[in-house]
Design a protein around this ligand. Structure first.
Ligand SMILES: [Ca+2]
Ligand SMILES: [Ca+2]
Length: 165
């Protein structure tokens, strides 16, 4: 009887082992996430005439500017859509392309990561959109579509998190 049980346990172990091997064909969740800026649109400005905007990622007390890549900020007018990657600009907006952005990777361990669209101002920069994230390991890209239509301005911000190894 003891011998039979051992044999049964062994065959179960072999079946489980082959299932695990099959499972390995799927992508393992990545230990890091990469922030990829796609676009943002200024439907209505925070100031009159032009806003001077930039996008940053904040992680563990450090800010990394994603856009523009040469630091500083970009002057945008009402209805400008700043395109970097991903979905095309909404119909009726003024498509402004040929831009690139930094794509930093962060450890996916649930630590707070904030992606923010900000407006340069002498009296302290204005945060137009702030997206708090607590990234966990992912195996598929996650898309973020944020919109702020408050305090007299109206912006959208599109970015994605990609698995990063
Ligand atoms: Ca301002
Ligand atoms: Ca300003």
């Amino acid at each position: 009887m003891h011998r039979l049980l051992t044999r049964a346990s062994l065959s179960v172990a072999i079946i489980i082992g082959s299932l695990l091997t099959g499972g390995a064909a799927y992508a393992e969740p990545a230990p890091m996430v990469r922030v990829v800026l796609e676009s943002f649109t200024a439907y209505d400005l925070e100031e009159s005439g032009h806003d001077e905007v930039y996008v940053i990622a904040q992680y563990q007390g450090k800010a990394r500017q994603l856009f523009p890549t040469n630091t500083g900020e970009l002057s945008v007018a009402r209805n400008d859509c700043i395109y970097i990657s991903g979905d095309s600009c909404p119909a009726g907006t003024n498509h402004r392309g040929y831009y690139s952005a930094h794509k930093p990777s962060y450890t996916a361990n649930g630590t707070l990561l904030m992606v923010a669209l900000r407006e340069d101002d002498i009296a302290g920069d204005d945060t137009l959109i702030n997206v708090p994230l607590w990234p966990e390991p992912i195996s598929e890209t996650q898309y973020f579509r944020e919109e702020a239509n408050i305090n007299g301005y109206h912006y959208t911000l599109n970015f994605r998190l990609e698995p990063s190894y």
